[in-house]
Design a protein around this ligand. Sequence first.
Ligand SMILES: CC(=O)SCCNC(=O)CCNC(=O)[C@H](O)C(C)(C)COP(=O)(O)OP(=O)(O)OC[C@H]1O[C@@H](n2cnc3c(N)ncnc32)[C@H](O)[C@@H]1OP(=O)(O)O
Length: 282
Amino acid sequence: MRSLTLGTSLTLSPSSSTPTPSSKSPLSLLIKQPPPFYPPSPRVSNESSIPRFGACRATQVVDLFPTVSPEIVVREARLEDCWEVAETHCSSFFPEYSFPLDFVLRVDRLVGMLSGFSIPPGCRRTCLVAVIGGSVGDTFLFGTEDFKIGGFDGKFSLNKGYVTGILTIDTVADFLPRKGPLRQRRTGIAYISNVAVRERFRRKGIAKRLIAKAEAQAKSWGCRAVALHCDLNNPGATKLYKDQGFRCIKVPEGANWPQPKTAPNVKFNFMMKLLNTPTTTA
Ligand SMILES: CC(=O)SCCNC(=O)CCNC(=O)[C@H](O)C(C)(C)COP(=O)(O)OP(=O)(O)OC[C@H]1O[C@@H](n2cnc3c(N)ncnc32)[C@H](O)[C@@H]1OP(=O)(O)O
């Protein structure tokens, strides 16, 4: 059973009460804890639960905007991408939610991204996006190089393109064991999370492009390795990372390494890649 926490006070418990257009009930909203931003594996998408007329999902509203160019560009997320980043995250990890719960979830993620991304001194965090339909040249770009809000670049462009995939990379090392008696954060290992590609853009190599860009980013930060947690029950993602040169690291018995905070029954593979390791696929 998976529960999904919203904001600081709401939790959706979707096991038997997964909200569908006909069955969702306000009673499924229970008071609980603050949200982890790290996502669980997505629930299997149930297209038949999507209402065809009348009420529509936030995903469908966003999908009304056409994609103009087939060219995919992977770049740092900017402020104007915020909503689509939240949208990509929610439609990928929680595809079963329909309006209005999916809208509330997106707003929650948006607020979480902009307000909850405080980074410890000396650490870095960047949200990458794969966009389609934006110009490579970024002709109308406003803002300065240094201005950042959370993992978002403070620059703003009028020609933003449509976000098809997202990935977060940081050097915060929250999910790596601390070192020494002072329990210091590990350095030199970047951490990848929140990798998601919109359903209709999958299996086109977008996640591979995001990972490659993340690795380049990690190298530019001076990291020697990248790590991530992948749900054991997510064979597609596990294959993706293995093909990109990540290896499962066996966590020592009783080591009690930190894990992403999702539902208690979710088990993770801890995967790592040394940055000089070549990948097995292009
Ligand atoms: C660290 C984390 O964040 S783990 C969380 C991962 N995210 C999710 O599970 C969210 C929902 N899923 C998704 O968003 C997407 O399916 C992703 C991110 C897992 C993959 O994104 P995509 O852009 O489709 O991956 P991409 O096209 O780059 O796939 C590269 C390779 O990975 C493997 N792969 C990707 N998805 C799958 C799948 N569903 N089943 C089997 N293999 C897969 C394949 O080997 C694929 O190569 P191929 O298409 O030539 O066979």
